[in-house]
Design a protein around this ligand. Structure first.
Ligand SMILES: Nc1ncnc2c1ncn2[C@@H]1O[C@H](COP(=O)(O)OP(=O)(O)OP(=O)(O)O)[C@@H](O)[C@H]1O
Ligand SMILES: [Mg+2]
Length: 306
């Protein structure tokens, strides 16, 4: 099979660990594999024949594409190439609308809450007017403030006083492309730990418990957090699968925090890293993704030929 990895890292820059691993595992399984750079694509709108030019040439036929959307801004715009490939009937192992939903924490929490999937208490504010009331409604100080898009813990702030809340709010509004900020209960009982559950094609293929370093509340490994492999509880497994299904993702990294009311989903990552997970578990996550993408491509093909 011909398997493409769609990278959003600028051409000329080294591909990320995950992209290289996916390519290697696909080749090891006997497939043709190639990393394509999204910003080398030109979208062609031609009424009945939407197409993509890659470096000026027609985009070659590939049986399935795995988008690795490593973007923090202009998500909808810059991932339009994913939609265009979809319109060209190329199976995308994570689809455009699901990626956009997952990249937007406000939209993600709205969908999860609507599907009755547990999330931390959260209010969305447009500015300073209602923030004091929002803090009260999520249970008082300390609180967590988040911009709607962010990764690696950037855009996630803890505020332990009223003036910290207001100054953090101003800073987040100034640095984000919209003035929508999430005010979220601080899950103190989690003591800086959470669980990243990795889901592929409706199956949990690995999980790791992350612990923030001393003095830090965010467990992200990019911020010095540690990770150990764990077998998630059936409750955690259920909500990870429900959350991934609610966002209609094929590949997802679900971040779950243990609250006194039970596990709650903080966010669902459509471009989850798996370096830490492969190291923590010893599992070949890249191979699992490739094998599932092949099954997905065959199923999409059968559907088209029906
Ligand atoms: N409500 C909360 N209470 C306590 N800790 C929290 C809360 N929200 C986030 N955290 C901590 O901050 C970390 C980062 O938060 P979150 O996952 O929302 O942001 P992120 O930057 O998008 O992360 P990622 O890199 O996974 O995309 C979490 O892994 C968790 O350790
Ligand atoms: Mg996270």
């Amino acid at each position: 099979m011909k398997i493409g990895i769609l990278s959003f890292i600028s051409a000329g820059k080294r591909a990320e660990y995950e992209e290289i691993r996916l390519k290697k595992e696909a080749q090891a399984l006997g497939h043709t594999a190639r990393i394509f750079r999204a910003n080398t694509c030109q979208l062609v709108y031609d009424r009945h024949h939407p197409s993509v030019l890659y470096d000026g040439q027609h985009f070659p036929h590939y049986d399935v594409m795995i988008p690795r959307v490593r973007l923090l801004k202009d998500i909808e715009l810059r991932t339009a190439v994913v939609k265009q490939l979809q319109l060209m009937k190329v199976p995308m192992f994570n689809r455009y609308s699901s990626i956009c939903r997952a990249k937007n924490k406000l939209r993600t929490l709205q969908i999860l809450d609507h599907e009755d999937i547990p999330i931390p208490k959260t209010l969305v504010v447009h500015g300073p007017e209602y923030v004091d009331d929002a803090v009260k409604k999520v249970g008082g100080l300390p609180v967590i403030l988040k911009s709607t898009a962010g990764s690696y813990g950037a855009g996630v702030v803890i505020a332990e006083s009223k003036r910290a809340v207001h100054s953090a709010l101003d800073a987040l509004i100034a640095s984000s492309w919209n003035n929508l900020i999430l005010i979220q209960e601080y899950v103190k009982e989690a003591r800086g730990s959470d669980t990243r559950v990795f889901v592929v094609s409706g199956k949990v293929i690995g999980a790791m418990r992350r612990q923030a370093k001393r003095g830090e509340f965010r467990s992200n490994m990019e911020l010095g957090g540690d990770a150990v492999a764990v077998s998630p509880s059936s409750e955690m497994t259920d909500i990870a699968l429900q959350a991934t299904k609610a966002l209609n993702l094929q590949v997802a990294g679900v971040d779950i925090i243990q609250t006194k009311r039970g596990p709650a989903v903080m966010e669902v990552n459509a471009n989850p890293g798996f370096k830490g997970l492969e190291e923590a578990t010893g599992f070949n996550i890249a191979r699992e993704i490739i094998q599932s993408a092949v099954v997905y491509a065959k199923r999409q093909k059968a559907k088209r030929e029906k």
